[in-house]
Ligand binder design. Sequence first.
Ligand code: IPT
Length: 961
Amino acid sequence: MTAPYYEDFAPGAGALTPRAAFGSDADRLSLNGDWQFRLSPSVAAADAAEAAPNPSWDVLPVPAHWALHGHGSPQYTNIRYPFPVDAPRVPTDNPTGDYRLTFDLPVSWPEDGASLLRFEGVESCYRVRLNGHELGTAKGSRLPHEFDTGPHLLRHGNVLSVRVHQWSSGSYVEDQDMWWLAGIFRDVELVHRPMGAVRDFFVHAGFDHVTGEGTLRVDATPGGRITVPELGIDLATGQSATLPVEPWSAEVPRLYDAVLATDAERVPFRVGFRTVAVEDGVIKVNGNPILLRGVNRHEFHPDHGRALPYSTMREDVLLMKQHNINAVRASHYPPHPDFLDLCDEFGLWVIDEADLETHGFGGDDWRGNPADDPRWEEALVDRAARMVERDKNHPSVIMWSLGNESGTGRNLAAMSEWIRARDPRRLIHYEGDWSCAYVDVYSRMYASHEEVELIGRREEKPLDDPELDARRRAMPFIQCEYAHAMGNGPGGLTEYQRLFETYERLQGGFVWEWIDHGLRTQDAEGREFFAYGGDFGETLHDGNFCADGLLFPDRSPSPGLLEYKKVIEPVGIEVDTAAVTVRIANKYDVADLSQLAFTWSYAVEGRPVAEGALPVPPLRPGESAEIPLPAAPEASAEAWWTVRAVLAADTPWASAGHEVAWGQALAAVPARPQARASVSPVPGRSQITLGPATFDPVRGTLRTLHGFEVTAPRLDLWRATTDNDRGPDEAQSVATQWRRHALDRVQHRHDSLTVDETSVLVRTRVAPPAGFFGLYADYRWTSDGTRLTLTVDITPDGEWPCPLPRLGVRMGLPARLATVEWFGTGPGESYADTRRAARVGRYVATVDQLQTPYVFPQENGSRGDVRWADFRDAEGAGLRVEGDPVFALTARRWTTEQLESARHPTDLTPSDVLHVNLDLAQHGIGTASCGPGVLAPYQLRATPASFTVTFAGLSPAAGQH
Ligand code: IPT
C-alpha cells in the first residue's frame, strides 16, 4: 500500500520547479479574501463531509490560521512533538481543512500563455484541485509552491479546492519552537505567464572595494535585456558590466532600480552591489569586517499568528532600525518574501533559514532523525532549494542557514552541497553540527561568556579530528542565538558585547528573540490578556517559554529591547568630567558620523540648566575624537552631563532628532548636608512618638508617619521569581535554591526594643525555618523633629548557602499616594546587570505605570539609584523617601506573593495598600532561562551591610515643583 501524500517522504508532487519571487507587468490576480471553509477532525471525516449531498461551509479569510478564527485551537510546544513520534506517520485524528474559492478571470486575462496558482505558505501539507482536477500536493509550510493550471482554468466559475492537513510527514521536519497553527496563512495568487515570459533570473552584483567598482551580471531564462538607468547600464542577460557604483550595506542600503525585459514581459527589480566573503578568518562585506547586532525573528502577530499584515513586517523593520539592530536571522524558516524586500530597502543583514527543525528527535538521542535518513534527502534538499531560489536576488541575504536544531546528518551536508553549487557567493550557516564540516561560519547558541572569550582568542577546546579542528579554528564566529529575552532580562548583554567588540573573530550575534508569541485572548470577564502554552486547554505544552521576546506581543518595546539598543549603540560616548571633554568613537562598520548631530546638556538634580550643540567631525568607522565640552555651570546640587547623538535629518526609518546613542557622567556632587540636631523619642503607654512618627510601644514598629498610616518597614529578602531565576532546569535554578532554603518564608524574631535619648532601636534576627543561618537586622530610628531616618544594619550569621534574591525593606503606604516622582535612574526598570539603558534624571509616573507588563507576571519595575522619591495623592500631599545615598524602588498595588502566584497580569487586583520596596540591592537577572545565569559581580551575597533612608512629609503646596 502506498502512503498517502501527507504521510510520505516526498516534498509533494506536481509543483513547478522553484524560482525567484518577483513582480512584473504580467497579469496577476490575488485570490486572498473570504474562502469557503470546513474543518474536519480527520481525513476520513473530510472525505465523508465532501461526499455529503449538501456539504456545509463556513467562511474563513485567506491568508489566516484556522485556529485563530474559531476552528480548533492553537497549541504551543517547544521541542516535543505534539503527537506520537513514528515518522512519517501522523495521527488519524488529523484536523483537515477544506478550502473552496469560486472565481472568474478578469475580462482582460490573456488567452495565450500559461497561468500558475502560487501559494506563498500553507501549513503543513495540501492538495490543490482546480475544477475537480488535481494539480498537485505540497509540503514545506513556509515555502512557495506554484502549480500550472494547464487546460483546467475557465474564464468563469472556477472552483479552486485546497485540502490542508494540520499534520503531515512535513510536521516532523517543522518542529520549531512556536505555536502549531495550520492553514493557508500566506498569499494565494493566480499569475499569468505570457509566452516568452521570464521563468527565472539570478542577479549577481558584486562590489570590489579596492577599485570601487561593481560588476553586474543577470542570468535569466529565457534571456533578455537588463537596464539600470541610473548607471547607464543596458546589456544582455548573461553578460556583465563593471563600473563605479555605490555599494549596498545594512548601514547604507544603496539600491539601484533595474529592469529585465523580454519580448513578453518587463520585470522590475533592485540591485544592491555587495560581496560577502570570509577573509583572514573574518566575515567581510565589501572588504569591511561586520559586527552583527542581531535578533532572531519569528513571524508573529498576537491576533494573526504567522499571517502577518504587510504593515506589521514594516513595523518590525522600522523598530529594528530604530533600536540599532543591524541584522536579523529568519528563525527558523524563510519569512514572507515582502519582509526581505524591506530588509533590502531599509538595510538589515539577513541570515535566511530553511524551514527545517527536527528538534524532538533529540529526545531519543536523535534516533531516526530525518536529517540523517536518506529517505528524507529529497524533501530536505527541496526545502533548501525553494528558499535559495525564492530569495537569491536579495542583497540583504548574506548567509543561507540549513535549518535549526536538527542534530547532525548527511542530509544537512546534501543541502549544503546543493546550495554551494547553486550560489557559491553567500556563506552557509548551521549551528547544530559543531564539526562545521559543511558550513563557512562557526556558530553556536547560548555559549557562556567564558567560552565565547576562548573562541574569540581561537583557543577553544579542540575537535577530535585535527583537520576539522584546524578548519573550524580558522572560521569566524557568531552566536546565532544568545541572551534569552524571556520575561525580565536578559542580563549579561554588556559583557557579551564587550567580547564581540574586543575579538575580531567574534562577529556578534542574534538575541533570542524578537517578539513574545502571546496570543491576544480574553478572560471570562472580557479582560484582555496574552495567552501562552496551556491557555487553550492543551494537555501537552511548554507554558510561557514562547514569551521570550524583546517586544511584548503588542509590539511595544520591553525593557530588554531598550537595554539592547543601548548596549549595541554604534557610537561610543564617554564623558570625562575632570578633563571636561567627551570621547566620541564611531563603531559603525561602514558609515561615517555625518548623518548624526550631537548635543550636550547639563542638568542639576535632573533639571537641564544648559544645553547646546556639540560639533563632532564626520569620523570614519573605527575613528574616535576627544571633543571639549563647555565650562560646567555652577551647581548647587548633583549635576550630570548628558551627550546625545541623534539623526541630523530624516531617514526612511526615523525622523531627524531620533536618538541613536548617548552617554552620561556625573559633573558635580553636592556637599553632604550637615547632620541635624536630634529630637528625643517620647515613650508612652499606647505609643512611642519620635518627631513625625509613632511606634508600637512593645515591638517598636512604625505605625504612622506624618499622619499617614503605614505598614512598618521590615527586612525583605524575597522577590517574585523571574523566568531567569526559575531557569529551564527546575532542579538547578537559583529559584529552587531559594525555595529549598525557605527564603520565601523567613521569620522575623524580635530580640529587643531600646528607646534612648536620640533613637528607637529594634534588634531582630531574620532567618528561614530549619535554617542554620540568618541575618541580624537592627533598625535604628532617629528624627530631627520633621524628618524621620531609618538605618538598618545587617550582619550575616552562619554560612549562607546561596545568593539572596534581594536585600532591603518592604513597607506599606496608603494606596492613594499613587503618583511617584523620583530623582534617580529611569525612565524604565533596571537591575544590576540590565542597567545600561537607565539614565540619571527626574521622572514622574503613576504606580501603575511603574509596572512592566510581562506576559507571565514576575519581579519587575525596579528603578535604580534613586536619590529621592516623592509619593503623592491627588491633592499633592504625601511622603518623600530619601536615600543615603541611594536605593532601588519598586511600588505596586499588590504584594510580592500575589505577583508571584499570578499567571497572567489580569490575575493581579489592586488592594488599598501601596506595597513599596526600598532595596539596597537585588540579585542580578542573568539569562538562565536559556543560557548562563547571573555573572559573579551581579550576584547578591550575604555580607555585612548598612542602609539608610529618610522620610519627610510633603504638603500640597510643595507639590508645585
Ligand atoms: C533554542 C532554539 O533554537 C530556539 O528555537 C528556541 O527554542 C530557544 O532555544 C529557546 O527559546 S534550542 C535550546 C535547546 C538551546
